[in-house]
Design a protein around this ligand. Structure first.
Ligand SMILES: NC(=O)N[C@@H](O)C(=O)O
Ligand code: NI
Length: 166
């Protein structure tokens, strides 16, 4: 069975799949609130697609997975983006593949820190949220509206997700 090992999450490496939501010197930074707050402005966009769509905020409370973990499904949201911002401060795993026809050769895994969020572009293949170490809460910003917005495929053969040496 093929083993997939995560690399550290960076905006450059994640660019084909979406955005990394984090404090970063390259962000547009605005001094607000009489200088007491720095706004890291528009680090990502919530994409929707139809006139009756809404951009919504949810909280996902995800149970941790044990590693190595067998990846069996991947999903995508064709009608909108989906962003995860960790609220519990724990690292988590992100598994993605490029939008379009799914190709297992395009699978990539990333280890995100507890202060990094991800915003999947509409159509980016991804695994459902993979918490590590402890039950972890995520603020999720995504699209709600009519029509199917979740395509799922089975990963055959399965792929094993395991931490490599860092
Ligand atoms: N199904 C659902 O709302 N969550 C997934 O899309 C996910 O990426 O975790
Ligand atoms: Ni999803």
């Amino acid at each position: 069975m093929r083993t997939l090992t995560p690399s550290l999450l960076t905006r450059e490496a994640f660019a084909p799949f979406g955005n990394v939501i984090e404090v970063h010197p390259d962000n547009t930074q605005l001094a607000i609130n009489y200088g007491r707050t720095t706004r890291h402005h528009a680090v990502a966009e919530v994409a929707t697609s139809g006139p009756d769509d809404r951009a919504i905020l949810s909280i996902f409370r995800s149970e941790p997975v044990s590693l190595p973990f067998q990846l069996q499904v991947m999903e995508r949201h064709p009608r909108g983006s989906q962003a995860f911002m960790p609220l519990s401060g724990a690292p988590y795993l992100v598994v993605v593949a490029p939008a379009g026809d799914f190709d297992a050769a395009g699978l990539r895994a990333f280890l995100a820190s507890g202060s990094q969020g991800v915003n999947y572009h509409a159509g980016t293949w991804h695994h459902y949220s993979l918490a590590m170490e402890r039950t972890s809460d995520f603020l999720v910003a995504d699209r709600d509206g009519p029509g199917n917005n979740c395509d799922e495929i089975n990963l055959e053969p399965h792929v094993m997700l395991a931490l490599g040496e860092h």
